[in-house]
Write a protein that binds this ligand. Sequence first.
Ligand SMILES: O=C(O)CCC(=O)C(=O)O
Length: 368
Amino acid sequence: MDSPLRARRFDELPSADEFSSKIEPTNVPAVFCGAVKDWKAISKWNPRAGGLDYLEERVGSATLEAMLSRSGGIFYGDIKSHERVPIPFSMFITSCKNYLQDNIVTALCSEETNSDTVGELYVAQVPILNMERKERCPLETLRGDIQTPVFLGMRTLESINFWMNMGHSRSSTHYDPHHNLLCVVAGRKKAVLWPPSACPVLYPMPVYGEASNHSAVNIEKPDVSLHPRAEHYEEHSQKIILHPGDALFIPEGWFHQVDSDDLTIAVNFWWKSDLMSNMEEHMDAYYLRRILNRLVEKEMDRNKDCMRGLVVILIFWKNIDLLMKPQKVIMDLIPLSKERLQKEMGRVMECCSNWNPSHFMYCMNLYP
Ligand SMILES: O=C(O)CCC(=O)C(=O)O
């Protein structure tokens, strides 16, 4: 991982001005130690210190949508692997109490998720605040137990969400289209982070379709015959451990995989970045061409990979059906000389104006 992309640790909290001018615009993660340690939630929600009774009393009657995983405690993005099921929160709390009584101790953030002991139900991303759908906010009552950290200033939040798992669980590698502050209230989380530039090794799913923000690589056991570049995924990653009271800034577009110790509770804040807020739709085609141009120029300097990218783009362009079969396309790579490459790239760029931007996005999804 390049050092400018390493997460910075802050033992003292920045002011709202410092966050807006020096931290947020860098689009590099940051850890704020003890940022939310004074929340009432820290003392009241802890499942191992009476928190389950407290939550039951405050919000036990709420019906929530929980995620039910079909792959043990690992929560992938696609609907084949999990579904959202409505459950009374009191039922989930009762399961947590039984779990505590059974005194099952799971290893913190172990590298291998043990499917015998993991919980399959995850109360994930349940709104405490939801600006888009104000009526769908089953945990609004909990708002009084938390405060928006001062350094987020007067930002307009999209949502504040509640996360609580019973057994050790893993949220699979994905990115979000919002800036995020992930705050741990109880338990511990291990976040593995990759910058957006790690796309080539993480193979995000096609932009059209379900779970487009998720990596197609099975990080537990990458299949390098299917995803050859995934062999290098660790080189681009960094690991962060979060304790109760800590907060992690995950900038938009950063891939993250999150492991939660059993009985972990967290709250996250999502807000739209200035960059996205200021992107006018009529500029999209220009941005796309501009970015493509920059990527191409960079890749020109890296002869080998550039050939691969170009050939993928050309093959896609010639035969739209192949868009659905990226592996086949990658198998069909052919070498080109640098001169030929430059010429062909010029042709591709000339064609850009005839392309629907979404064709580009498709290619960009597979390469880089
Ligand atoms: O804590 C987790 O399991 C996932 C959190 C997450 O993906 C997020 O905050 O965007």
